[in-house]
Ligand binder design. Structure first.
Ligand code: PLP
Length: 432
């Protein structure tokens, strides 16, 4: 697929109103017919609406309700406390972590599932600062023997609100200064004083994909640690955590991983940091001997060290069931389809929407694009009202203040005809 820089200016071939163009309808049909992932849509419970909000809440896989019912009725209702052992409840956080691992390029044993993304950002960022400074009892990350004064935390300036609030709180707790920076500026901003850097792989608002390998290398060159937030990339594109030497990472499971509302998040700790991971939230579940009920804290080995308290089993096992749709699915194939879908959507928007009404905030370059398209409405257009109309007309995206329409493309269940219809309905709503 070519890069379509002209689309961000949306210099379309002219308005075609709400009538689809036969050319785009035909192309959508062809693309859908050739799509090897198309059969996966049948695994989900969907209706006639075009669902482009899977970057906020992934759709329900059809087999999940039955599995949750079994967890509730049989595992809880009949086996009761025996299920901690017999139904594998106790080990679910690591087992499900291992299921997510191949989707983000991690070896088994490096990911634990539990708590919210926000809570995991806190754990990961504090642990990163402690390792960078050698406060965990190990050598500082830059290999220096004397502790360097690493008293800055760099945070993505346009980060998701929670990440920003937590980074500010962690900075206060650790005696650091918070330095907001755009990801592109991070290589210039990091230095001897940087302890840790918190970045988003894909910007939740614009859909911009940041260069994880290059930024990770730049942070490491400064002797600091990087924490990546994968909320908008896990399940949408290859991440390569191990390959790129990422220190710590967190991510959601209810967006592109379709785990269900509020399904628990995940935490990744690089293999050689696992022994040094010093959680700011040690709990009995992260203890080496949880049932020893000891007064002193001795951290567990490996991924369980990232646990805190009793896992939220109902959400967690719904997530585990939901992840089965990934069996045999390649993330590379998902990525290829995601780019083809967003290319096609942008092309249809360029063709259907009269020039000047919207502009794409999502980069045209594939290397800089996640799995969503964010369109900013021109001044004078009430974007909230436009999205409301879209939803009424069966195209579900979402609206972000003050003027952004977001359209998430989940390749497991969104097709090319959906993209064409969404662009067509959008053109109608914008000119209504
Ligand atoms: C969705 C999202 C979150 C959500 O955090 P929760 O604790 O699950 O509410 C955090 N960070 C980013 C970048 C997100 O996109």
């Amino acid at each position: 697929m070519s890069e379509r820089s002209e689309v961000s200016g949306l210099s379309g071939t002219g308005p075609s109103g709400t009538n689809g163009s036969a050319e785009y309808v035909r192309r959508a049909e062809k693309l859908d017919a050739a799509d090897e992932l198309a059969p996966l849509r049948g695994l989900f419970t969907l209706d006639d609406a075009v669902y482009l909000d899977g970057n906020s809440l992934g759709a329900l896989a059809a087999h999940v309700p039955g599995r949750v019912e079994d967890v509730v009725r049989r595992q809880w209702g009949e086996l009761r406390i025996r299920s901690w052992e017999e139904s594998g409840w106790w080990t679910a956080p690591e087992r499900i972590g291992d299921r997510i691992a191949p989707l983000v390029g991690a070896a088994p044993g490096r990911i634990v599932v539990g708590d919210s993304t926000s809570v995991n950002v806190f754990k990961a960022l504090v642990a990163a600062v402690r390792i960078a400074r050698g406060e965990d009892g190990g050598t500082p990350a830059d290999g220096a023997t004397a502790h360097p004064v690493r008293d800055e935390i760099v945070v993505d300036a346009s980060t998701f609100p929670s990440d920003g609030y937590i980074a500010a709180s962690v900075a206060r707790m650790t005696g650091c200064t918070l330095r907001p920076a755009t990801p592109a500026d991070v290589p210039q901003v990091v230095g001897k004083r940087t302890a840790a850097v918190l970045l988003n792989h894909v910007d939740y608002r614009t859909g911009r994909l940041h260069d994880l390998p290059a930024l990770t290398a730049a942070v490491h060159a400064a002797g600091a640690l990087v924490v990546w937030d994968l909320c908008h990339s896990a399940g949408a594109l290859p991440v390569g955590l191990d390959e790129h030497g990422v220190d710590l990472a967190v991510g959601c499971t209810y967006k592109f991983l379709n785990g269900g509302p509020g399904s628990p998040a995940f935490l990744y700790v690089r293999g050689d940091h696992q022994d040094r991971f010093d959680s700011p939230l040690p709990g009995w579940n992260s203890h080496a001997e949880p049932f020893g009920m000891r007064g002193d804290f001795e951290p567990a080995e490996g991924a369980p060290r990232g646990r805190v308290g009793t896992p939220d089993i109902l959400s967690m096992l719904a997530l585990e069931a939901a992840l089965e749709v990934w069996d045999g699915v390649s993330v590379d194939a998902v990525r290829a389809k995601s780019l083809a879908l967003t290319d096609f959507f942008l092309e249809c928007v360029g063709a259907y929407v009269p020039p000047g009404l919207v502009e794409s905030l999502t980069p045209a370059a594939h290397a800089e694009r996640g799995s969503q398209v964010a369109l900013r409405c021109a001044p004078g257009i009430d974007a909230g009202a436009v999205m409301k109309l879209l939803v009424e007309r069966g195209v579900v995206g979402d609206f972000r203040q003050p003027d952004v329409l977001r359209f998430g493309f989940t390749p497991l269940y969104v097709g090319f005809a959906d993209a064409e219809r969404a662009a067509r309905v959008l053109a109608g709503a914008l000119t209504a």
